[in-house]
Design a protein around this ligand. Sequence first.
Ligand code: ADP
Ligand code: MG
Length: 251
Amino acid sequence: EEEARQLRKVNKAKITGDDIPLPIASFNDIKSRFTISPELLANLDVLGFDKPTAIQSETIPISLFHRDLIACAPTGSGKTLAFLVPLIQQIQDLKNKNEDDVLKGVILSPTKELAKQIYEVALKLSKGMGLNITLLSKSLNAKFKNGVIKKNKYELIITTPLRLIDLMTNLDPSSKVLDFQKLKFLIMDEADKLFDKTFIAQTDEIVSKITTNNAKLQKLMFSATIPSKIEQIASSVLIDPIRVIIGHKEA
Ligand code: ADP
Ligand code: MG
């Protein structure tokens, strides 16, 4: 407890919510408290990530406990690994429990470029783990629509709101390619941009479709700033969330 207090002080971390888990001081700390894939730990090591950043210290345990989360940390502070490490681990855990191949996670990103960057990091982090991860694109969407890709091929989809809407609205619902009922993780990266004027209509539509009748869905919002609008959305979408603020909360 004292160590956690100290770490939070050094990290300028402010955490609020019920039953807040202790932060991790190293990636190896995960091993003593949760199941963690040896491949995932090895991949972190190979990629040269030896110590979690402030946001990663806090959000990795929160996410591994499957709690809803709103996290605010500056640009460049390592938010991508903060959500990918626990996400990849939990998808692996579900696979090990013999849950059939079904879509388990969706990551929403405001732009194609950012979505592609997240995808590339996800592939490197999950190397050797046998996960099926994809980046939605026009051509992939066309393949889904033509039935060229078998249903439930992917466990994790990374996409912009626009691409996902395009897929949702053009698919035959009976094809079950996107069975959101079994979705366990929804990550909203750069949440401030996802809900700004440009994208809010699309993001809202997706979030309401995905979250309806899905009590087991973990919802995580990451952002560099939390304007009051995001606060409002967070309080309507997240259930009993933990809030993590690193540094100053900018609006
Ligand atoms: P953000 O999304 O918060 O803007 P990113 O996730 O894009 O930040 O990470 C910024 C940079 O920090 C990337 O180059 C990433 O590889 C690096 N990075 C992330 N986590 C760590 C870590 N634990 N140790 C060292 N470098 C890291
Ligand atoms: Mg980022």
